[in-house]
Ligand binder design. Structure first.
Ligand SMILES: NC(=O)c1ccc[n+]([C@@H]2O[C@H](COP(=O)([O-])OP(=O)(O)OC[C@H]3O[C@@H](n4cnc5c(N)ncnc54)[C@H](OP(=O)(O)O)[C@@H]3O)[C@@H](O)[C@H]2O)c1
Length: 257
């Protein structure tokens, strides 16, 4: 991926997507596969991995919170392909509760997946990404750029991921590898129900949202064009700019309460 012709196409590139058994990760894995990339999708759910194996080059068990699981899966990927061109660090969980109901154990659980899990997989595959001049795509969130009510643990995990990624970008400056942070707004996937709190509809009444397949298109575009940050949706961009200009005003207009 180091040269510009490489960046124009993902044909035969090796693309790893974590959390590919559902939602954004599933659509992203499919989208890359449609370009002719060799896509490895990972997750924990065995039934969904079995059906993923029929669509992708490879579907692997990888619990991002488990050092051994990540070591085994990434070693298998490197042994089979000898290269990795794109890592989409997408596996993640939500937690949406008031701060009083979000104890340290709950925060640690979210950090274990969204922050430490993403860092663990990135660290395992970064040597290969550096070697190929590839791209690390971090699926963060608009909640990694500003605070939201009842999001203390989730926002902390995504802010941490963005901070780690921005620092990593400095460390990689002398290589051909890039780090792209993608920030989707609220997307209707099983994510909210999995968080055990509210459904998407109950939590985001009337909020128009992009379907996961559109998020997947944006992730593919970001992997191709490699901007530092891709904030998806013009509404999210507007709120991001408003947060920069006046965080007080943002809190007043932010639809999500
Ligand atoms: N939906 C939204 O509104 C939204 C908005 C902004 C950002 N995001 C981010 O987008 C990413 C994908 O979310 P989604 O909406 O597609 O959610 P989702 O449908 O619930 O999918 C989450 C994926 O993460 C995997 N996962 C969870 N824990 C894991 C673990 N310990 N090890 C490995 N994989 C694990 C799940 O696979 P298994 O169950 O098979 O392990 C699943 O494939 C997350 O990072 C999320 O924070 C979502």
């Amino acid at each position: 991926m180091a040269n510009s012709s490489g960046r124009r196409s993902f044909v035969n590139k090796v693309v790893v997507v974590t959390g590919a058994t559902s939602g954004i990760g599933l659509e992203t894995a499919r989208r890359f596969a449609a370009t002719g990339a060799k896509v490895v999708g990972t997750g924990r759910d065995q039934e969904r991995l079995a059906s993923l194996a029929k669509e992708l080059d490879l579907a692997l068990t990888m619990d991002v919170t488990d050092e051994t699981s990540v070591a085994i899966a990434t070693a298998a990927i490197l042994k089979r392909y000898k290269q990795v061109d794109v890592l989409v660090n997408n596996a993640g969980i939500g937690l949406f509760r008031p701060w009083e109901e979000t104890d340290i154990a709950a925060i640690e659980k979210v950090m274990a997946v969204n922050f430490y899990g993403a860092v663990r997989v990135a660290r395992a595959l970064l040597p290969a990404l550096i070697q190929s001049g590839g791209v690390l795509v971090q699926v963060a969130s608009v909640a990694g750029r500003r605070g939201y009510a009842k999001h203390t643990a989730y926002c902390a995990s995504k802010h941490a991921l963005i901070g780690w990624s921005e620092s990593l970008r400095h460390d990689l400056a002398k290589t051909d590898a890039d780090v792209v942070v993608v920030c989707p707004p609220a997307i209707r996937t099983p994510f909210f129900e999995n968080a055990g709190y509210l459904t998407f509809e109950a939590d985001h009444p009337g909020l128009a949202t992009m379907p996961p397949v559109e998020v997947a298109n944006e992730i593919l575009k970001a992997a191709m064009e490699r901007p530092d940050t891709a904030i998806l949706s013009s509404r999210a961009k507007l709120l991001d700019a408003l947060n920069f200009v006046s965080p007080v005003l943002l809190r007043k207009v932010q639809a999500y309460k």
